[in-house]
Design a protein around this ligand. Structure first.
Ligand code: NDP
Ligand code: 13P
Length: 298
């Protein structure tokens, strides 16, 4: 293992933004499935030999990627994805822990559009780990324009990062239906309560939901067309098919698959999640106008 070396795995929008950010203080390698003309782009084996890895591949692809490509050699890992595995309902920390000891793992959360980070605009992130030493070591790698906070509420951060994407779809639908500011903010506020109810079932801490990981990332994603998930909602309200929307997007919108994961988890654990239920039903073909009526009377 190359001591003190840093690599990002996954050169999508977020991977490239993190590569830019981490490249400010030290050399930062990047690798991806598709070769790209980016500074310090290396092959996967070179990246995997680095001591510090930041992994930014979509949630649904993580298990297969870890299974086929990853070998644990003591690397310290920061997970940058946000989502829940649809086929199993597993949170990303649960998947990673099948391959890597939890003391080597950290999870990034908080409001952070890649398009702004890659311009060097200021932002604040939370680095969540059961092992504070992971935070101490990764914190030093981040540039001055990013303020980092520590939390040990890994499950809380995972749930916030995943759930807010589903709520962003709901908010985009609300915007696309021209329901007005009152409706959108009511939806976001009740969404926060719903996300916290879901999270507390799995042992997440209350304070995580009112901080950067919860309210912070939810307010950002559910109120801006910079969000891919919000744009999925706009498309659904405008009667586009999901296939058309995802084709136009050309990037991952994690809230779609995460809606399916939440739908099975809330049925299994009997958690009251009316907004996520309606997003799932709309993805399955329900008319958003009928969802609105049901949400108002429920
Ligand atoms: N964009 C943002 O603002 C933020 C995104 N995130 C999260 O980061 C994650 C990645 O998002 P983002 O980078 O924006 O998504 P993009 O759609 O821009 O990129 C995803 C990248 O993942 C790689 N990839 C896809 N499938 C596989 C696979 N099977 N094996 C290996 N690599 C694969 C692809 O690499 P290749 O092109 O080389 O094939 C692709 O470029 C998501 O979970 C997202 O929610 C979190 C915070 C902010
Ligand atoms: O997670 C994000 C910002 O914090 C990005 O959200 P989208 O994936 O909806 O663009």
């Amino acid at each position: 293992m190359q001591k003190n070396s840093v690599a990002v795995i996954g050169a999508g929008k977020w991977g490239q933004a993190l590569h830019f950010a981490l490249g400010q203080k030290q050399k930062c390698y990047i690798t991806s499935r598709t070769k790209r003309d980016i500074n310090n782009f290396v092959d996967l084996n070179t990246a995997l030999s680095c001591e510090y890895l930041i992994i930014a591949i979509p949630a649904q692809q993580i298990r297969q990627w870890l299974d086929e490509h990853f070998e644990f050699k003591g690397q310290k890992i920061l997970v940058a994805s946000k989502g829940i595995e649809a086929s199993t309902g597993k949170f990303l920390n649960e998947i990673y822990e099948e391959f890597i000891p939890s003391e080597n793992l950290g999870f990034i959360s908080g409001p952070s559009f890649a398009a702004e980070v890659i311009k060097g605009l200021p932002c604040a992130l939370v680095l969540n780990s059961l092992n504070k030493q992971i935070f101490i070591e990764f914190e030093k790698l981040f540039p001055d324009f990013i303020k980092t906070y520590y939390s040990d509420d890994v499950i809380g951060a995972e749930i916030c990062g995943a759930y807010k994407n589903v709520l962003a779809i709901a908010s985009g639908i609300c915007e696309g239906m021209n329901l007005g500011n009152n409706a959108r903010v009511s939806l976001i506020s009740r969404g926060l309560v719903e996300m916290q109810r879901f999270g507390s079932h799995f042992g997440a801490k209350m304070e995580t939901f009112i901080g950067l990981s919860g309210a912070g990332d939810l307010f950002l994603t559910a109120s801006s067309e910079l969000s891919r998930n919000f744009r999925v909602g706009l498309g659904l309200a405008n009667n586009k098919t999901l296939d058309e929307i995802l084709e136009e997007l050309g990037e991952v919108a994690e809230g779609v698959k995460t809606s399916y994961a939440i739908n099975s988890l809330n049925k299994k654990h009997k958690i009251y999640t009316p907004i996520a239920n309606e997003v799932y039903s709309i993805l399955e073909g329900k008319n958003p106008k009928d969802s609105l009526k049901d949400l108002l009377k429920d």
